[in-house]
Design a protein around this ligand. Structure first.
Ligand SMILES: [Zn+2]
Length: 214
């Protein structure tokens, strides 16, 4: 790993001799990435974005709990201080956390965390129970978990206050396909409607959300 780091640093400097000087001064990422801790879904690698481009928070199954001080601290810093324009909740198919939540097995402490995904299942049980194939049902739950976490992020006081102040901030839901490495935009992007008269705290849904990194 140390050798890999050396190779990366040398190659990056060769490509852009001023890169690390700028990197050391400050960070101005436009994106907060809230993703799964899975080793196969590192944000910078799968999007091809250089160091300094993504503020990142990753944990099991990208569950955004509104009482999680760790997640809220990252979100607050990203929105209020870094003033990111995009928050991306990124799940991935083949997610071990979602798979574990769907099973009846017990894994210990993490069961408390996975409980939130079971809640997602309960919300969408009518749709999910109609999917006969277990793998297809799992895939849909991965997507619906992202949708619900986008909702959770959008309903935090941090995001609502930012929208109320007219911030240009969008919350996106993406899912990565491990077998191809490609990202699918679920089209559930939420953004505020601040700046207009008759401000409404509820987020609005845009069917054709902006495609980032294209
Ligand atoms: Zn995962």
């Amino acid at each position: 790993m140390i050798t890999g780091n050396l190779n990366w640093a040398q190659a990056t400097s060769k490509e852009d001799p001023d890169f690390f000087n700028q990197l050391a001064k400050s960070q101005q990422p436009e994106v907060l990435w809230i993703g799964c801790a899975d080793s196969r879904a590192p944000a910078n690698v799968i999007t091809g974005i250089k160091a300094g481009g993504i503020f990142e928070h990753r944990f099991v199954a990208n569950v955004c709990v509104n009482s999680d001080l760790n997640m809220l601290s990252v979100l607050d810093y990203a929105v209020r201080v870094l003033k990111v324009r995009h928050v991306i909740v990124a799940g991935h198919h083949g997610c071990g956390g979602v798979t574990a939540a769907l099973s009846n097995r017990r894994f210990g402490m993490i069961d408390n965390w996975l409980r939130h995904i079971k809640d997602v299942y309960r919300i969408y049980s009518q749709e999910l129970d109609q999917i006969a194939d277990e793998q297809d049902r799992l895939r849909r739950l991965v997507e619906l978990n992202v949708v619900e976490q986008v909702n959770n992020v959008s309903r935090t006081a941090i995001v609502e206050n930012a929208w109320k102040a007219g911030a240009d901030l969008q919350i996106h839901g993406w899912v990565m396909e491990l077998s191809t490495g490609l990202i699918k935009d679920l089209g559930v992007t939420k953004q505020g409607i601040g700046g207009r008269s008759g401000w409404n705290l509820s987020a609005i849904r845009t069917e054709n959300s902006e495609r980032l990194f294209s």
